[in-house]
Design a protein around this ligand. Structure first.
Ligand code: FUL
Length: 508
């Protein structure tokens, strides 16, 4: 603990009186020996965003009725004619049953058709083909349903708009795009993310002129102004993609790099899956993937991926320091089809029973047992200061953490049990408000308490970040498996960018 006492002698020359001295004692502001941040560090809104972990994508709109994946912008508004009143509450409750914590609703895709009555264009539900279409203001219904069910929410608004005559000109950004973003921000100041896709130009209708228009997204969308205007209304809304506050993992197949840093240089396009240990910019990864086997929008006859395959995606994204946004497209009745709902439920049960994910309707008695809580945990070192005890690893409090002293870049954590426990997954979390630190670790287990066997020799056991979930058999693609009967589990942190810190440790 660094405490300095400063002696300040104040000589007060006062005619006729003796010299007077005053003692001032001043403590420097780190009595608890709080570790210095390892830069870059996230903004508070990025930490809240990371905690959302697993959420849905709902691609719904004009394409749901044309069968296209990308419209042209010349679609007659009357084509949008839902066969029943769209029911975003059903979307929300269905994904909640899968263990998701929220979702992003697509409310304007590249075709420019707006699912709310906007001031900026007539190409919207105002001219939809039937009463259901005209009266269902999707952002409004979606935000209300999300709030009702305590789910995070946000909107996808395509920067590229191939309907608008303004697209490619300055007037598009000032008179259409920024205004639309503001209109959407007003549907709730607690939105967690606004999604701006990277497609920026191509063939389109463009108010009837047609042809191709291309822009330079880096400068065209006036990103600093966009961020400022949305944050003024919705301060915790992370502006994804074009907004520069979280990055695209890039493969759209539901996996991130086993090594995955939350840092990149600005944009981070060359290092999407893995980030960059030397990046100066906090730019965490989000993985967008489809739960169905066709496109992003609903298509007749499409099938769902199995719950087991979706579980694998979860391990390879949420389990690798990324978030997972899983697309579940509503159909022409404005609901998620039954096969989607059923598979999502199975996924929720799996996540609950294997990783103790809190899932609506399932209580703790059916959740996976966290064996870290009953383990005796020994560590090679505890940071001085009295606040970094090993019990912080298992106290369920994300604000407390264990760590080593400055300059100690390696450490050993050993968990032991009185009787062997069957273990399959290890979960670790760093307190990322102090930066992402750990860069190399190994895992071993002991069946008899004396001899050690290496685990996951092929997997990259490098980064941890906000969350790392390690299947101890080293494979994310094999199903649940037999597990290991372990008397002990040992984590050796071999290297770190600064003294390693962990806020959470679970073993299932
Ligand atoms: C892409 C878009 O072009 C797709 O249509 C879809 O919306 C996907 C999530 O992002 O860039």
């Amino acid at each position: 603990m660094k405490i300095k006492t400063l002696l300040i002698g104040l000589l007060i020359p006062f005619a006729g009186f003796a010299q007077e001295f005053q003692m001032v004692s001043q403590e420097l502001s780190n009595p608890d020996n709080v570790p210095a941040p390892c830069h870059p560090v996230p903004h508070k809104r990025q930490i809240l965003w990371n905690e959302t972990e697993f959420y849905a994508f709902f691609h719904y709109g004009m394409n749901t009725f044309t069968g296209n994946e990308w419209g042209h912008g010349d679609e007659d508004e009357s084509i949008y004619a839902p066969k029943a009143m769209p029911n975003p509450e059903q979307w929300i409750t269905s994904v909640k049953a899968a263990g998701m914590t929220g979702g992003i609703a697509v409310v304007k895709h590249h075709d420019g058709f707006c699912l709310w009555p906007t001031e900026t264009t007539t190409h919207s539900i105002a001219k939809a083909g039937n009463e259901y279409g005209r009266t269902a203001n999707i952002p409004e219904l979606y935000a209300a349903a999300s709030k009702k069910h305590n789910m995070k929410y946000g909107f996808y608004i395509s920067p590229w708009d191939c309907n608008s005559a303004h697209y490619g000109k300055d007037t598009y950004v000032t008179e259409v795009f920024l205004k639309q973003c503001e209109e959407l921000a007003k549907y709730g100041d607690d939105q967690f993310e606004m999604w701006f896709d990277g497609a920026n130009g191509g063939n389109g209708y463009y108010g009837g002129e047609g042809g191709t228009r291309q822009v330079d997204a880096e400068i065209y969308y006036d990103t600093p102004n966009l961020r400022a205007r949305v944050h003024q209304i919705a301060p915790n809304c992370v502006l994804w993609g074009v907004g520069g506050e979280a990055r695209w993992i890039g493969n759209e197949s539901g996996y991130a790099g086993e090594t995955n840093w939350a840092m990149t240089d600005y944009g981070g396009s060359g290092v999407r899956e893995e980030g960059d240990i030397n990046g100066w910019f906090w730019n965490p990864g989000e993985s967008d993937a489809k739960a169905t086997n066709a496109g992003w929008f609903w298509h007749q006859g499409e099938s769902m991926k199995s719950a087991e395959r979706l579980f694998q995606m979860y391990l390879e994204t949420v389990g690798r320091n990324a978030t997972l946004i899983l697309n579940c497209p509503p159909d022409q009745y404005g609901v998620l089809p039954t096969n989607t709902v059923n598979e999502l439920k199975k996924l929720g049960e799996m996540l609950h029973k294997r990783l103790a994910l809190p899932v609506d309707g399932m209580d703790e008695t059916t959740a996976a047992v966290d064996y870290a809580k009953s383990a005796n945990i020994e560590v090679s070192e505890v940071r001085t200061g009295g606040k970094y005890d090993v019990k912080n690893l298992t106290d369920g409090d994300k604000e407390t953490y264990w760590g080593t002293n400055d300059g100690s870049l390696s450490a050993t954590i050993t968990l032991s049990w009185d009787t062997p426990q069957t273990i399959r997954y290890l979960v670790m979390q760093e307190p990322i408000s102090l930066g992402q630190r750990i860069k190399d670790f190994t895992l071993e287990f002991s069946a008899d308490g004396n001899t050690w066997h290496e685990l996951c020799p092929v997997m990259q056991t490098t980064t941890v970040g906000y969350k790392r979930i390690i299947p101890l058999n080293g494979s994310t693609s094999e199903s649940y498996g037999e597990g290991y009967n372990a008397m002990k589990l040992r984590i050796k942190i071999l290297d770190s960018r600064a003294c390693p810190l962990l806020s959470n440790l679970c073993v299932y």
